[in-house]
Design a binder for this molecule. Structure first.
Ligand SMILES: [Fe+2]
Length: 206
């Protein structure tokens, strides 16, 4: 009996490794396609890499974790029903509750990967809010991992400037104003200030 349980567990581990290898291939394929077909799309990994270098006091290791987290924090969505993910309009309350599960599902997936284990708690907490009331744990302020706080900011910014299937894109300046409006409630005000400084510098340089 024990050996059956052991071999079932081993088979699960192998399957999870295969899933991660497939996911990495899919992510890099998507990124390449994005670059070719949509020159104006702002990529979250580019935002993370540039911002980390500009004014975030992260070690090179933490900066690398930040860039990976920006790409993988939503990985739990691949376990959600397709009809909810591709819903053309706003979600019902029940559908929204289902989508919220992606944070915990992502954590569970990532903590099984030796390579991405550090990202697991960030995936869990990237939808927490600075003043509390986020999900899944309702953490607040400094209680939220700083990288998760920064991922929440670039995630929201990229969604605003790139648009969503049911929401038009807005300008970079309007998106920055929106972040500033939500500083201190949804987002860490200090990180918003740093992000806005980075984007203004970046926009002035192009
Ligand atoms: Fe998310």
């Amino acid at each position: 009996m024990r050996s059956e349980i052991r071999s079932a567990a081993k088979a699960r581990v192998i399957r999870i490794q295969e899933i991660f290898e497939r996911l990495e291939a899919i992510v890099s394929d998507l990124l390449e396609r994005n670059t070719v077909t949509s020159g104006h799309t702002i990529r979250v990994d580019t935002l993370a890499a540039e911002w980390a270098q500009f004014n975030l006091d992260l070690s090179p290791e933490e900066a690398a974790v930040f860039v990976q987290s920006s790409l993988l924090s939503d990985i739990g969505k691949c376990l959600l029903p397709e009809q909810i993910l591709s819903a053309p309009g706003p979600l019902t309350a029940e559908e929204y509750r289902t989508v919220q599960q992606h944070a915990e599902l992502g954590e569970r997936l990532l903590e099984r990967s030796e390579r991405y284990r550090r990202i697991a708690p960030i995936a869990r907490h990237h939808h927490e809010r600075w003043s509390g009331g986020g999900y899944p744990d309702g953490l607040s302020g400094e209680g939220i991992d700083p990288i998760a706080r920064a991922v929440g900011i670039i995630d929201a910014y990229a969604a605003m400037v790139n648009g969503r299937p049911y929401r038009d894109a807005i300008s970079e300046n309007d998106a920055l104003l929106e972040l500033e409006l939500c500083a201190g409630t949804q987002f860490d005000p200090n990180l918003v200030e740093r992000f806005v400084a980075y984007r203004h510098h970046r926009m002035a340089a192009t």
